[in-house]
Design a binder for this molecule. Structure first.
Ligand code: MSP
Length: 488
């Protein structure tokens, strides 16, 4: 059995979580569910990034001791994931003592291997990015002035890994998704000689101390990236032994994941991730949702309370081509959810079960012959869902699921089984019921609560498995409450 290791970014504990954070976590969760439904083992980690100057400053501004500040924010993130019912297996904090110990041990390993040296950094810094910037007066992402810094710093010999990185990314065309992002990283790597990376700070005390040099704390990005190893089940062994390692991130942190992280792993002698999947930005009125722009903030918990924990990710997954920026629009959200879930899927379930119970009150024989042409077309759509998920075309996968639903709805519309005598009505309903059993497996990946309701109504086995598609039929039908309540 494969075991898939999946990560979200380790979110900064500097503010409240918003819809932008939730989006990446919902995409990662979809894959956690997909692997499980496929019968594989999967492990999803997430957590909070709690060190560094940005957080120290945020705590000072709030007038709260930094430990209390990060504890509070960390709870806000973990409670959000619970309220969105995300299938998170481990939630880590960079202030956890075993993580801190691992970061220091990794530091020593890099030092022993000759990949760290003490030097001096002079240049400009964006505190919000926690990154040195080579040119300009303001940060392009945060539109804030850059701070001039001059401080002693340890450096990581990033330059040693430039060729190895180019070779790896060229040879592994799946390493970064979408392809445009892979090209972006490749042109960055080929465009200039890489400068060694400054990996310690003396300007803040809030971080993991450099072993044997307590004036320095370890650069917050090195600290945070290593969470991916410390949070794996069994730590480093879990990282090494996973069948696949997939990082879901936003495009804003691509260089950290596509360049620095693999170089740090190569230096430590660890395996590289298999996939880095970069999503675009959710915007509001064209502006990136960000805590620095309060007018853009959308509270994901409140939204999920009104449209459901299935409705919210469905909208974002169906409506956003992975990798592209998209504007969040409540009216559009309502339209999509009503069309796909209330009208499309909901009506299909309700009218099929309603009509079958009415016409065949003693139970429709599960051995009834089915219409193979329609059923095969449905299986084709479902196969497309699987193929598209495997290649991380998730909105297209969602479209193939909708195509399957529409196909059965059209079939009912065309055949009008309610007008047919029993012997002709039975095969039509049997075809749709078989199809619904299969679609409920797919639904378990996208909209798990809805899927569970459908499976109860059809008396399908409680645990959905992709391998059951085409093999299992319905049981004793019961009327279900609407699978998705129409939004007004
Ligand atoms: N702490 C670092 C990540 C360290 S990973 C080892 C960080 N944190 S963050 O809180 O700023 O979160 C960044 C991630 O949140 C982005 O990469 C993205 O996945 C998600 N998003 C934050 N705002 C977003 C949007 N407006 N739209 C889509 N995703 C966004 O960077």
């Amino acid at each position: 059995m494969n075991n898939h290791y999946i990560t979200t970014p380790i979110y900064y504990a500097s503010g409240e979580p918003h819809l932008g954070h939730a989006y990446t976590s919902m995409v990662a969760s979809l894959y956690r569910r997909y692997h499980t439904v496929c019968g594989d083992s999967a492990y999803l980690i997430t957590g909070t990034d709690e060190h560094g100057q940005k957080i120290e400053t945020a705590a000072a501004t709030a007038g709260v001791p930094v430990q209390d500040f990060v504890a509070d924010k960390s709870v806000a993130f973990s409670e959000l994931w619970q309220s969105l019912k995300l299938p998170v297996d481990a939630f880590v904090r960079t202030t956890d003592s075993d993580h801190v110990a691992y970061v220091q041990a990794y530091w020593n390993r890099l030092l022993d291997r000759g990949d760290l040296y003490l030097g001096r950094y002079e240049g400009l810094y964006c505190v919000d990015c926690e990154q040195y910037v080579t040119s300009g007066e303001t940060c392009e992402i945060h539109r804030k002035p850059l701070t001039p810094y001059a401080e002693p710093s340890y450096f990581f010999r990033l330059s040693h890994y430039q060729d190895a990185l180019i070779e790896h990314i060229e040879a592994h065309t799946d390493f970064i998704t979408p392809e445009s992002r892979r090209q972006e990283v490749l042109s960055f790597l080929k465009g200039q000689p890489l400068r060694d990376l400054s990996v310690s700070r003396t300007s803040t005390r809030w971080g993991v101390p450099v072993p044997d040099d307590p004036d320095h704390v370890i650069y917050v990005w090195l600290d945070a990236l290593l969470t991916y190893v410390t949070a794996a089940p069994g730590g480093e062994r879990g990282w090494e032994e996973a069948s696949t390692r997939t990082h879901f991130i936003g495009k804003d942190i691509l260089t950290f994941h596509g360049v620095y992280w693999p170089a740090l792993l190569l230096a430590g002698g660890l395996k590289l991730p298999d996939r880095i999947v970069a999503n675009g930005w959710l915007t509001v009125e064209g502006r990136k949702i960000a805590k620095s722009d309060p007018a853009t903030i959308v509270d994901p918990a409140a939204l999920a309370r009104s449209v459901g924990t299935d409705g919210l990710p469905w909208y974002l997954i169906r409506g956003v081509r992975l990798g592209q920026d998209v504007n969040f629009d409540r009216e559009h959200l309502r339209t999509v959810l009503n069309a796909d879930l209330a009208n499309g899927l909901g009506n299909l379930v309700a009218r099929t079960i309603g009509l079958t119970r009415k016409r065949f009150p003693d139970q429709l024989d599960t051995q009834t012959a089915i219409d193979h042409e329609t059923y095969d077309a449905l299986i084709f759509s479902i196969d497309q869902v699987g193929a598209r998920l495997t290649s991380f075309r998730i909105s297209q996968a969602a479209e193939a699921f909708v195509a399957g639903i529409s196909l059965l709805n059209r079939y009912l519309q065309q055949r009008e089984p309610w007008k047919l005598p029993d012997e002709d009505c039975a095969p039509v309903l049997a075809t749709v019921l078989r199809g619904l059993c299969d679609l409920s497996v797919v639904a378990a990946v996208f909209v798990p609560d809805i899927a569970a309701r459908i499976r109860v109504a059809l008396a399908c086995p409680e645990t959905p498995y992709w391998n059951d598609i085409g093999r299992k039929s319905w049981g004793s039908l019961s009327d279900s409450s609407p699978v998705f309540a129409r939004l007004s």
